[in-house]
Design a protein around this ligand. Structure first.
Ligand SMILES: Nc1ncnc2c1ncn2[C@@H]1O[C@H](COP(=O)(O)OP(=O)(O)OP(=O)(O)O)[C@@H](O)[C@H]1O
Ligand SMILES: [Mg+2]
Length: 491
């Protein structure tokens, strides 16, 4: 057993000595460039930047240095370091980068850090400044246009370019934000419209066809001196709950100051047929076509005139400039009421009208007798509605003349074309309408067609000298709609 113990002891001593034996290492500062470690030592190989130059250090590491770990793995100037445990294992040459930099071009870590960090910081600052600038711009846009101090820049106010106008307006209606898009959306739309061609000129400016996001829109451009008309028209169009299939669809209002003057835009839906005046000049209409137009005109005016009570209600509105040029014809043959710039709203709580009214606005040819002779009762809002009905009767007359029955129809004419010249004065009109009590003539042949007979009857009941005796828009709407029913039954 002693022999086995001796053998075991001998083996243990030999193996321990092998593990703990000293190492030979490359050493720059040693004689023969070689050093020998103590037992449990290691060879040291490092490269460090000293005064911008790579300096390699190869040496022996004592066990006490090695136990300090820190020495092997961390040193401020050492970028690469290696402790190894076989003879001359530190012979390989380390470099800080795969290719050693050319003489004199080495950078300190601080410089390297500066090279990386400074441009990154500049980019970040640039991005932050950019975001601030854009935000500031938006804020200024809102401030410049702000009429409602409570209006905030919420998600709704951002125009998503993949939304078409119909969707934007649908969103607006369903979100309960009334009859207008948020101001910022309006401005964004207006400023991205490309004008295409001028399509007409009126008293308060020029109308253009424009393109927005591939869709046609109508742009009415007011001159700066007509700012009040622009503002009023935009205000009326944005009356809560005004939107209706027979009222021109308002899209946006924008005032853009270009330094020397202010451009005032009113953007609305575009109807390629143009006004009823344009349409009737160009085409005749069938009985059905006439009824559809008459019904939609009466429906539009009835909606304007109607007061809807409640938080989502609308005030009664009188148009005050009903005429064939202010009614537009849609592609589907129905009509919309346009040009709301002269309209007045009724406040039923106080029984007042929202603006100080100057009487005798509107188009003289279409003025009701009580306006022409100044006998209108301005203290009653009903008076303005009744004056609208008189004008609507004249539009019905223009329309019915163009109804073609078995190829028989009249030419297009403005009301009172036989009595007055173009652009008549109030006095000219008063003499005809009030003194002579003339009204447009109703052709005999209208009696032979049910629809035209009804239309003729409606006209006469819209033209009474006594405003209180006239039909209401709602009554006209009902009567016209019954014509279609009668006709359908006959068919
Ligand atoms: N939304 C629209 N879509 C298509 N055409 C339009 C639209 N709005 C206006 N127009 C055309 O532009 C013309 C000019 O319109 P505008 O309302 O400026 O003047 P007007 O009605 O002719 O005269 P007034 O100044 O007396 O109202 C209209 O007659 C019509 O032909
Ligand atoms: Mg007009």
């Amino acid at each position: 057993p002693h022999c086995f113990l001796n053998l075991f002891c001998t083996l243990l001593t030999t193996s321990t000595m092998a593990i703990l034996k000293s190492l030979k290492c490359v050493c720059h500062l040693c004689v023969n460039h070689t050093c020998e470690t103590e037992a449990e030592g290691a060879c040291w190989n490092s490269v460090m930047l000293i005064n911008g130059k790579e300096e390699a250090v190869k040496s022996c590491v004592s066990p006490s240095e090695l136990k300090g770990q820190v020495f092997c793995y961390s040193s401020r100037n050492v970028s690469k370091r290696n402790c190894c445990f076989t003879d001359f294992c530190n012979n390989e040459t380390l470099h800080l980068s795969p290719e050693p930099p050319p003489e004199g071009s080495g950078w300190s870590q601080l410089e390297l850090a500066a090279i990386i960090i400074v441009p990154s910081c500049l980019v970040c600052v640039g991005v932050i400044l950019g975001i601030c600038a854009v935000q500031n711009l938006w804020c200024n846009l809102i401030k410049a246009h702000k009429q409602d101090p409570e209006e905030s820049l919420d998600d709704q106010t951002l125009v998503s370019t993949d939304k078409c106008l119909k969707e934007l307006i649908y969103d607006m209606n369903t979100s309960g934000s009334g009859s207008g898009l948020p101001l910022l959306v309006q401005r964004t739309i207006a400023r991205t419209i490309v004008l295409q061609e001028s399509i007409g000129k009126g008293r308060f400016g020029e109308v253009w066809r424009g393109k927005w996001s591939g869709e046609d829109v109508a742009v009415k451009i007011f001159s700066s001196r007509d700012e009040r008309s622009w503002f009023r028209e935009a205000e009326i169009y944005q009356t809560i709950m005004l939107r209706h299939e027979n009222i021109l669809g308002f899209i946006a209002a924008d005032n853009k100051d270009n330094g020397s003057w202010t451009q005032l835009w009113l953007v609305s839906e575009y109807h390629e047929h143009g006004s009823l005046f344009d349409y009737l000049n160009r085409y005749t209409v069938s009985v059905e076509g006439m009824i559809v137009l008459a019904l939609s005109i009466a429906s539009g005016i009835a909606h304007l005139h109607m007061e809807i009570i409640g938080t989502q209600g609308k005030p009664a509105i009188a148009h005050r400039d009903i005429k064939s040029k202010n009614i537009l014809v849609k592609k589907n043959g129905t009509a919309v009421i346009a040009d709301l710039g002269l309209a007045v709203k009724h406040d039923s709580n106080t029984n007042t009208i929202d603006i100080p009214i100057n009487h005798r606005v509107g188009t003289k040819r279409y003025m009701a007798p009580e306006i022409l002779d100044d006998s209108i009762n301005m203290s009653s809002f009903e008076s303005f509605k009744r004056a609208d009905i008189y004008s609507m009767g004249l539009v019905f007359w223009e329309l019915a003349r163009r109804c073609s029955i078995q190829g028989i129809y009249e030419d297009f004419q403005l009301p009172y074309y036989e009595q007055v010249q173009s652009d008549p004065s109030v006095d000219d009109m008063r003499k005809v309408v009030c003194e002579q009590k003339l009204r447009p003539s109703i052709p005999n042949q209208w009696q032979s067609c049910e629809a035209l007979r009804v239309m003729g009857k409606i006209m006469r009941e819209c033209w009474y000298a006594n405003p209180a005796a006239r039909l209401t828009a709602l009554r006209v709407k009902k009567t016209v709609s019954q014509v279609t029913v009668v006709k359908d039954v006959k068919e």
